[in-house]
Design a protein around this ligand. Sequence first.
Ligand code: ZN
Ligand code: ZN
Length: 145
Amino acid sequence: MIKGSCLCGEVKYEYGAEISELAVCHCGQCKKAQGTPFATNAPIDLAKMKWLSGEENFKSYSSSENKRRVFCANCGSPLFSQRTDMPETIRLRVGTITEGKIPEPSYQIYCESVSSWFVLDKNRPRYMQNKAVQRTPADSDSTLS
Ligand SMILES: [Zn+2]
Ligand SMILES: [Zn+2]
């Protein structure tokens, strides 16, 4: 069982099957839609998806004639995309999954537009939580108005 939710928590879902395929998409539309250098999308069977709450928050944008991208109108979390020519398969944004197994990415698509600046370097510092904010003397002297 896969469970997930949007950032504000109003949209909640359960998926009654395993995720068998995961695509890393480097296309220009996904980058803008997610605000990230790539998207992680799993094609899943809409019939096995159960929206537990928040369906009234669904807002969609048709980024191309045959594809809409659905997000939570309250918090903006990208949820899935859906093509008009095969609406029974939706592509779930797996970053919204909170429980259950996500497989390793199966393949990458639209590598022609890969973000060359994005390099995960294992030798650079890794923090288990957020990096401490380093305040400069000028910051601590100023008062926010
Ligand atoms: Zn939300
Ligand atoms: Zn894409």
